[in-house]
Design a protein around this ligand. Sequence first.
Ligand SMILES: Cc1ncc(COP(=O)(O)O)c(C=O)c1O
Length: 484
Amino acid sequence: MPTTSKRQSAPRQGAPLDLPLRLDRTAGNQALQVYGGLRGAILDGRLAAGLRLPSTRVLAQQFGVKRNAVVIAYEHLQSDGLADARTGSGTFVATLPAPVRKTKPLPAAPRSIKLPATRPFALGKTYADPQLLRRLAAATRRRIMRTDDAAFGYGDPRGDATLRNEIARYLAASRGFVCDPDCVVIVGGIQHGLRLCIEALLQPGDAVWMEDPGYPVAGRTLTRAGLKVVPVPVDAEGLDVRAGEKRRPAAKAAYVTPSHQFPTGVTMTMARRIALVEWARAAKAWLLEDDYDSEFRYGGPPLTALAGIGGGDRVIYLGTFSKLLGAGLRLAYMVLPPAALEQVIAVREGHDRFPPSFMAGAIADLMADGFLADHIRRMRRRYRAGRDAAVAALERAAGKSLTIVSPQQGLHLLALLPDGLPADAAAAIRAQAGVETWLLSETRLKATGADGFILGFGGHDTAELIAAATALGHAAKRYVDARR
Ligand SMILES: Cc1ncc(COP(=O)(O)O)c(C=O)c1O
């Protein structure tokens, strides 16, 4: 019998509903059958160390044997050292020395799956605001306690109606466009929304304009769907519509971030917005408007969304709660032109049917009672302070070796290197500084020019931001000075 010198060191786990075992009915009396089944499963690792075995009553019911047979089987297992009984808490599978295990090791998961960065200047991180957590917990609890029968069935493929109504009101008040809540569709993130639209409205091989530089995650979504990505340059006015018309006038869609171009931070001018909408009308193309961080503006009012300037029938507006509340919610929404709605819903029904409904009501309540607006105001102050601290530290440490572009909106800033450095300069500086940052060159398709760093300042602690900015600034200065 195996020895059990390190018994009970494994964490305790609750009893499974049914043990995944079949008894060998030819293996002697009922007690021996149960003992043999459990022993085999413990030795080959199907029943893991620390697992609480079901009560004798429950197991007797599962196997259709007398309860006393299970009592005897458990006693045998204990005397073998394969299980431990703890008065008042049950019988647990003991920890066995590794060589006893007979199962083949599970195939290892590929190591290539990269986890997102979390240290400064990781993008996409927001502040875990204690007030938000408290309010969200309370609102969720209230909603769950009031949940009716409907929540236990399949829901509207567009998502919870109260949340859609609140989103429509929010967009009218904050983004200047009025939409019908019936055309709002809740999705699990902007990429999810994009994927649904692509599948519903485009064909593999269709050309799609993509801002260059642009948001690489969206670029990958387009490419993986078999679309032909057409890079369109971005200048100080946003996407260059005329350049797009020259390159591919008959593209079927354009993916754009007009409010706060990713990564340059440019706000698309009204003249360009109008030109883009006119092109889309003439080409019968869809405009995929990604409005990912408009709530955090630090100066001046935002320009109206494309969807609000009369492009309503060609524009698919994509908004998200990822910056507003937190990316972990996986909560975003689209406002679809009526002409696209049915097709997108048909596609959704082949994906996830409808979005999760349990949290939706709670978020709607936070919007309705004004908490969301208050949260935005408080976070704006916090993020602005984070931005200013990072900018000041970068300027102090880097001197003239970095040009800082401090944004009027959003949660990332740009730090640009001078022209004429080697192609791997930014990567070398990043490695030297030991910070997490995307490079401008990583967001380019065809565009050229000086490289730089895209620095997320959102949810990071100010002291950490200052330390990371100082490290990056010093590394850039050392590198640039050495080449002067
Ligand atoms: C341009 C852009 N679009 C979309 C997103 C993410 O949206 P979601 O979390 O809803 O997919 C981000 C996140 O940083 C972004 O930078």
